[in-house]
Design a protein around this ligand. Structure first.
Ligand SMILES: [Zn+2]
Length: 592
């Protein structure tokens, strides 16, 4: 390919809104252009890298036996109503109507589409396991798209959905996917942190996220300094820093003087309360009223929640509630603190004075730390008043006790007790044991060996392609531009004749033909630009091998060329006649 015939509109400066390196470099190198907020179009150079990434993913998926399909991007709303997600997905789901008034969605993910695909033709256990994948356009109506393709509205995802007769079969495919993902990211030159959803102690993780460290990451990761424990803060656990109440402590609690009311005029915050009562925040039980939205499939009632919408949440005063854990616990799309008016209405007390003693009409959820509190202070459900001598189990009994605390740096590792620390990360991929959620809701069944109808169990496995490409640039760039790993470089070699004419032109053309003959993806800079401009563009678009043809070197006997590696910056003179073979050899050595 000749530079002059290609379309590489490089820019000296990145637009002002490009806050991260990958965004700025993808625009500057002429890989993509912004069409609108969160919408980006790939130009020929960017598309070449994207296609190479697709190829790597395809090869690794195919190697596991997964089968590629091509579902539609526009999917009937009916399917999403069947799964229940029409109601629970919220505003991120782009819903459209066709001319007949029918409901459709622009797929943000394809559990429904693929489950429906399988449902129609699945009859026997002999057809299972089945793992179907697609590499396709997706759309999420993000509130705040940013950082270029790192968090766009339209994006490309590889998503796979597997169907199995039982959990053992699902586990096998889940492990295969985990290994395939590690190979994919390794081939892209990425250092990913596999983050498990559980502690990893049981060996049966239900989900694993593949993260890259990133200052602009929208995930907080909790990692252990001593072992390889890594978890998303949304799921992270820590070694308990409390002891469950012993028999003696329970006895002591029973012997505790009864709850007594104390006047706490104008004491609003926990800090003020601690100062007023001269106690640690850890002696206080915070009571927060949460509002849950989009509770799954309207099953709040079935699970005995007193209000389908509001919950009272108790946590030790020195800790914070982890809203993701809480939402997962009550199976809600989202939870947030209730409005002041709702708090007053539900607790009968001003904001800041809620407490569990005597609280009725709300399901009470306590963090497990609260279960070890036998002599605590709480709000008294009345203005300017608190209770002391409050004992768990004696003065109040929560409906649910669970781990809903936010783990923070400095807490102890749940596996080894080592110190935990935090990092920001971006999720590139996710593998997940879905269970029966979709196959049950959408009534998928097969006949087992005994001719009995059964529901298949599912797994799903996603990788964001645009994000992965951006993450590769984040990890591989310098101040001059992108430093592509060979596997994803839009071209592997770039021939730069200082002047494209005379003997240099002949040599460049010959070298190009030779490299092409060896299967090396080569770009020839035939432009009549100054050498400096050509070199700057070469650094910016980051092609791994650059061969510079200058008059003086070509006039040597034998003729020489300058071979420069973009990653190390190493420059050496090699014989023109050997240049193609050398590059081919280095490329193949690197890709092993
Ligand atoms: Zn550890």
């Amino acid at each position: 390919m000749k530079f002059s015939q290609f379309f590489i509109p490089t820019l000296r400066e990145a637009p002002g809104d490009a806050a991260v390196a990958s965004h700025a470099l993808m625009l500057r190198a002429g890989m993509m252009r912004r069409l609108s907020n969160g919408l980006f179009a790939y130009l020929p150079l960017g598309l070449r890298s994207l296609r190479k990434l697709e190829r790597i993913i395809r090869e690794e998926m195919d190697a596991t036996g997964a089968l590629e399909v091509k579902p539609t991007v526009i999917v009937p709303g009916e399917l999403w109503k069947e799964s229940g997600r029409w109601d629970t997905m919220g505003e991120a789901l782009l819903r459209v109507k066709n001319r007949l008034g029918g409901d459709f969605v622009v797929s943000p993910t394809a559990e429904e589409a693929v489950t429906s695909l399988v449902r129609d033709d699945l009859s026997s256990y002999r057809q299972l396991p089945l793992n179907l994948y697609q590499i396709n356009t997706k759309y999420r109506d993000e509130v705040r798209p940013r950082y270029g393709v790192m968090r766009g509205r339209e994006f490309i995802m590889k998503d796979a959905y597997s169907f199995h007769v039982d959990e053992a079969s699902l586990n096998g495919t889940y492990q295969d996917m985990g290994r395939a993902y590690r190979r994919i990211f390794r081939r892209c030159g990425l250092s990913v942190i596999p983050v498990r959803a559980d502690s990893g102690a049981m060996g049966g993780s239900g989900s694993e996220e593949f993260m890259v460290e990133s200052e602009i990451g929208d995930n907080t990761l909790v990692l252990c300094k001593a072992c390889d424990y890594a978890a998303n803060v949304e799921k992270a656990a820590c070694k308990p820093d409390f002891a469950p109440l012993s028999a003696a402590a329970k006895e002591a609690a029973a012997a505790l003087p009864p709850v007594s009311r104390i006047d706490t005029p104008d004491v609003k915050s926990i800090a003020e309360l601690c100062g007023f009562l001269k106690m640690d925040a850890g002696k206080f039980i915070k009571t927060l009223i949460y509002r849950a939205s989009n509770i799954e499939c309207g099953d709040a009632e079935a699970r005995g929640f007193m209000s389908p919408e509001f919950f009272a949440v108790l946590i030790r005063g020195d800790l914070e509630v982890n809203e993701a854990k809480l939402a997962a616990l009550v199976r809600a799309g989202e939870v947030c603190l209730a409005d002041d008016a709702d708090v007053v209405r539900l607790t009968g007390a001003p904001v800041g004075f809620a407490g569990p003693v005597g609280l009725s009409g709300l399901t009470i959820i306590a963090d497990e730390t609260v279960s070890a509190m036998s002599d605590a202070v709480t709000g008294a459900l009345a203005g300017d008043a608190h209770y002391r001598n409050v004992a768990f189990g004696r003065d109040f009994t929560p409906d649910i006790v669970a781990d809903i605390r936010t783990v923070v740096a400095g807490d102890r590792c749940p596996l080894c007790g080592g110190e935990l620390y935090e990092k920001k990360g971006n999720e590139l991929g996710h593998i997940f044991k879905l269970g029966y959620k979709y196959t049950k809701a959408m009534k998928v069944s097969f006949l087992d060996e005994d001719g009995k109808a059964r529901t298949p169990i599912m797994g799903c496995y996603g990788i964001g392609l645009d994000r992965t490409l951006a993450a590769v640039i984040e990890e591989h760039h310098d101040e001059a531009g992108i430093v592509w790993p060979v596997s994803l470089a839009p071209f592997e070699a770039l021939i730069v004749p200082v002047k494209y004419g005379g003997a240099a032109k002949d040599a460049a053309d010959r070298l190009y033909t030779e490299l092409a003959g060896l299967g090396v993806d080569t770009l020839l800079d035939d432009r009549s630009e100054r050498a400096g401009v050509k070199f700057n563009d070469a650094d910016l678009i980051g092609i791994p091998f650059r061969i510079v043809l200058g008059e003086k070197n070509l006039a040597a006997a034998p003729p020489l060329v300058e071979l420069k590696r973009r990653d190390s910056g190493d420059v050496r003179l090699v014989e023109l006649s050997r240049a193609a073979a050398l590059i081919d050899e280095e490329i193949n050595r690197r890709q092993v």
